[in-house]
Design a protein. Structure first.
Length: 377
């Protein structure tokens, strides 16, 4: 019997596997198609293993605080996955709701009058009035295309807001009872894995109330930061391990270029140092050789995209905490890491009073790192 059916099994097995793969590709994820991309050769850069000395606050009291901001009085606020902006007190290790903006609030920043601007994935750019806490949508469309994934922002001195629209793959809705949350992480992984170049850098004009497109075709547009003199604006291109610069003034105004490339990981939020000496970058996670190896093969990525997460996530890197400081001309000044497991998935690093306030898109805490610990390093 084995001899009789062995040949048939060998003949049918490839057909069976083809059928399984075909059905995997049809199921879920709609019409998503991966693109081939050849990543730049990985080059190692030794980081200073200092972030392990960071102190955690609000453990299990805040749900994935992606970003942190300070008002004019020094009060601290963070965005969380439940659609709220929370006002936090680190000394008392407490947090209380400040405003409900809905969707998934990510980056946030106060203007000179303490009005709060928030980039809300699945909604757009919103403003929270300082006096009434009324929430108003400022922008949810640009160039006749909806803002699917508002992510990061920076406010110019004249009130204009520069912000990123990460991808045309919106955050996935997760319904838990009567509560709807938005899984921005899974959407980001999908965009990066497929190398989908649909990210945009946008500008909301405070005078005209109109939104214009400054840069397109980014593989997951992320962090945004203006230079101190506002001559240029930076935007992280997470999926391509690089940061782009768009010139706003001077002979190069209106042009774009690579600010820094071939980074050690996935660049996330950007924050300018108060002294104007450079920019702090949250590196969500280090690069993965396994992911780099599959990037040139779209068909393989299409299959992985539709496999259970525990399989597809196997190409993702081991969690770690990475933060970089870049000079104004795109050089790495400092590279801080924690490979002990104390911290991981750091998406933002906000410099203030010789400290870094660290946000995360995965974990349930805020961390604070004292920069004086590396003063002489």
């Amino acid at each position: 019997i084995n001899a009789e059916y062995g040949g048939a099994i060998r003949y049918l097995l490839p057909l069976l596997l083809t059928s399984v793969i075909f059905n995997i590709l049809k199921e879920n994820k709609g019409d998503l198609k991966s693109r081939a991309w050849i990543p730049p050769p990985y080059s190692s850069l030794n980081g200073h293993n200092a972030l392990s000395t960071s102190k955690k606050y609000l453990v299990d009291k805040v749900d994935r605080p992606e970003a942190i901001a300070f008002d004019s009085k020094g009060h601290i606020y963070c965005s969380t996955a439940d659609g709220y902006i929370n006002k936090v007190n680190l000394k008392e290790d407490s947090a209380e709701p400040y405003a409900y903006v809905g969707g998934r609030p990510l980056d946030l920043q106060f203007d000179k009058k303490d009005n709060l601007y928030v980039s809300v994935a699945s909604i757009g750019l919103v403003k929270v009035n300082a006096n009434t806490r009324e929430v108003v949508i400022l922008s949810n469309i640009a160039n006749n295309s909806p803002v699917q994934y508002a992510n990061a922002l920076d406010i110019a001195s004249n009130g204009d807001v520069y912000f990123s629209d990460s991808s045309n793959i919106p955050p996935f809705q997760v319904v838990l009872g009567n509560v709807t949350k938005y899984d921005t992480y899974a959407s980001a992984v999908t965009t990066v894995l497929t190398s989908t170049p649909s990210g945009r850098l946008l500008k909301w004009d405070a005078e005209t109330k109109k939104t214009t497109v400054l840069l397109t075709n980014l593989v997951f547009a992320n962090g945004v930061a203006l230079s101190k003199d506002e001559s240029f604006v930076l935007v992280s291109e997470t999926g391509n391990y690089r940061i782009m610069r768009v010139w706003l003034k001077g002979d190069k105004a209106g042009t774009s270029e690579i600010f820094i490339e071939n980074l050690q990981g996935f660049p996330d939020n950007l924050k300018r140092d108060p002294d104007g000496s450079g920019f702090w970058v949250g590196i969500e996670s280090p690069r993965s050789k396994s992911l780099d190896d599959v990037h040139p093969y779209p068909f393989v990525k299409d299959i992985m995209l539709r496999l259970p997460e525990f399989i597809s996530n196997s190409v993702l890197p081991k969690p770690r905490a990475d933060v970089m400081k870049l000079s104004n001309d795109g050089r790495v000044i400092q590279y801080l890491i924690d490979d002990t497991g104390h911290l991981s998935h750091i998406t933002s690093a906000i410099p203030r009073d010789q400290k870094l306030y660290l946000g995360t898109v995965v974990n349930k805490y805020i961390a604070v790192f004292d920069l004086k610990n590396i003063k002489d390093k």
